[in-house]
Design a protein around this ligand. Structure first.
Ligand code: NDP
Length: 496
């Protein structure tokens, strides 16, 4: 495969507001430079708080009109399938936008866009399965119905690391059951979401059902606090997640949060050594480690620890880092200067804690762009900051354990509970780990394998709620009980 060229044109995006592609009301825009090439790749409307209000009003009016919320599931399914087709049609374009805005390798962007289309295809099937249930066991004169109804207007705030994938873990699922939505992507990588807005318009979804609003610094909080928003679905930092939850709670809105992680990958002494070592490297370098599911804590059985750490360090040196437009590249650029500063701060914390810096530990020197050398710390103390805090960069902390109980103790001794994995040839040990790990997802002899059919979400400070799978129907619906009585009811008023 040949290296893709940098586009010569800077794409000018529009927001999707009530079925129209528009600029912000005051005409303000903001730009994005490719983190790998330092050239401008997009210009986006900087929506005002009033624009956000208009988007919520549009979503509310669309919801209340019933044009989407009361349409037959088959109609919604057909519309979602159309969007999936258009995503597939524009896959190359979307992948390029993703790589240019985020800095991730183009091959990974392509796979990501394929996964995005799969999410829309799958969610479309749920449109025809949002049914409730019937209870006929309440006595012969009663009929009980549990009816599923869409929650209403869902405000969605998505992060910069997998912008369209994460939007697609929320939006088509909410739409499938009849909700309407306002999507607010991160200001760092809004292009694919705004492009999705164009595709949604082209697919002919009714006006106002989906609104995609870009901006920075003043519209996220406006969305979550808006009285006409019924549910907030947020993916991002635990810190902002707190603010989002408090704001939603003030109005008793439903809230779903997908936050950070410090995910442990456990390697038992009987693991397939090479497969586990490769997965360990993949686990913390995929997407430059800017991944809530990053395997940033590697827990190794003490009997194999020396050899395993050595192998990981050797393999790290063989993973190609560089221009994300080169199809050979596996680790691209760091998304923002702030993120790079955070990585540097945490690496310094690791050095200060006395952990052994086995490789990396500094920026990669390049003519342009923002890259970080893949970094491995071994001998990390269990209470060190780098053993507990999310870094969101290609930085690994390894810790040794003596047996499965010890590995579980390390796994669960965390503020986070997003995911965990274990490599072992003893399936009894694997099963015991899977049942006792206090996380939302466990991987047994694999890492980060995900499917639209399987739910995803965290425990503890990693979040509330579950996305994906058929559980998404519950996430975006309210349950209503309808009780019907047949025949003569016993009178309350005597002798009436
Ligand atoms: P943040 O968690 O800071 O979230 C930023 C987004 O939240 C913006 O869209 C912003 O909108 C909105 N927002 C900010 N304040 C509020 C509020 N009070 N109420 C509602 N919305 C609000 O993400 P960052 O991109 O800044 O990343 C920071 C860190 O988060 C990273 O370093 C990483 O550690 C972590 N992260 C975790 C991710 C995950 O998947 N779990 C993904 C990405 C990042 P506006 O601009 O309008 O204020």
């Amino acid at each position: 495969m040949t290296k893709q060229a940098l586009p010569s044109l800077v794409k000018e995006y529009k927001i999707l507001l009530n079925g129209r592609l528009e600029d912000s009301s005051d005409g303000e825009r903001f730009d994005r430079k490719s983190p790998a090439h330092d050239v401008q790749v997009g210009t986006y409307p900087a929506a005002t708080p009033e624009d956000m209000d208009s988007a919520v009003e549009a979503a509310k009016a669309a919801f209340d009109s019933g044009v989407w919320s009361e349409a037959p599931g088959t109609d919604r399914a057909r519309a979602l399938r159309k969007v999936a087709e258009l995503i597939e049609r524009d896959l190359e374009q979307l992948a390029l936008i993703e790589t240019l805005e985020s800095g991730k390798p183009i091959t990974q962007s392509r796979s990501e866009m394929e996964a995005v289309a799969e999410l829309w295809w799958y969610a479309a099937t749920l449109s025809q399965h949002a049914e409730g249930s019937v209870n006929t066991d309440l006595g012969s004169e009663y009929l009980g119905l549990s009816v599923r109804e869409p929650v209403g207007v869902v405000g969605m705030i998505t992060p910069w690391n997998f912008p369209l994938l994460i939007a697609s873990q929320k939006l088509p699922f909410a739409l499938a059951v009849g909700c309407t939505a306002v999507l607010k992507p991160s200001q760092l990588t809004p292009g694919t979401s705004l492009h999705l807005g164009e595709l949604i318009n082209e697919a002919g979804l009714p006006d106002g059902v989906v609104n995609v609003i870009s901006g920075q610094g003043k519209i996220g909080a406006r969305l979550t606090a808006h009285k006409k928003v019924d549910m907030v679905s947020f993916t991002g930092s635990t810190q902002v997640g707190h603010a989002v939850a408090s704001s939603a709670l003030a109005d008793f809105k439903r809230v779903s949060l997908e936050l950070g992680g410090k995910n442990p990958m456990v390697v038992m002494a009987d693991a397939d050594f090479e497969a586990a070592a490769d997965a360990a490297v993949f686990g913390f370098t995929f997407n430059q480690g800017e991944c809530c599911n990053s395997a940033s804590r590697l827990l190794i059985h003490e009997d194999i620890a020396d050899a395993f750490e050595q192998r990981v360090v050797e393999l790290v040196g063989q993973v190609p880092v560089g221009d994300p437009l080169d199809p050979e590249t596996k680790i691209g650029a760091i998304a923002s200067e702030e993120q790079l500063a955070r990585i540097e701060e945490m690496v310094q914390s690791g050095i200060d804690s006395g952990a052994a810096l086995r490789c990396g530990g500094e920026r990669l020197s390049t003519d342009v762009g923002r890259f970080y050398n893949t970094t491995v710390f071994t001998g990390v103390e269990r209470d060190a900051e780098i053993a507990h805090e999310e870094i969101f960069g290609p930085v690994l902390s390894t810790i040794r354990f003596k047996d499965l109980d010890d590995a579980l103790k390390l796994t669960n001794n965390s503020q986070y509970g997003l995911s965990a994995g274990i490599w072992t040839s003893d399936l009894d040990a694997g099963w015991a780990f899977a049942r006792k790990a206090k996380v939302g997802t466990v991987w047994l002899n694999c890492w980060m394998d995900g499917f639209p059919e399987l739910s995803f979400g965290g425990r503890k400070h990693s979040g509330i709620g579950r996305e994906l799978g058929k559980h998404a129907i519950e996430e975006f619906t309210e349950l209503k009980t309808v009780t019907a009585r047949f025949g003569q009811r016993e009178m309350w008023v005597p002798n009436s």
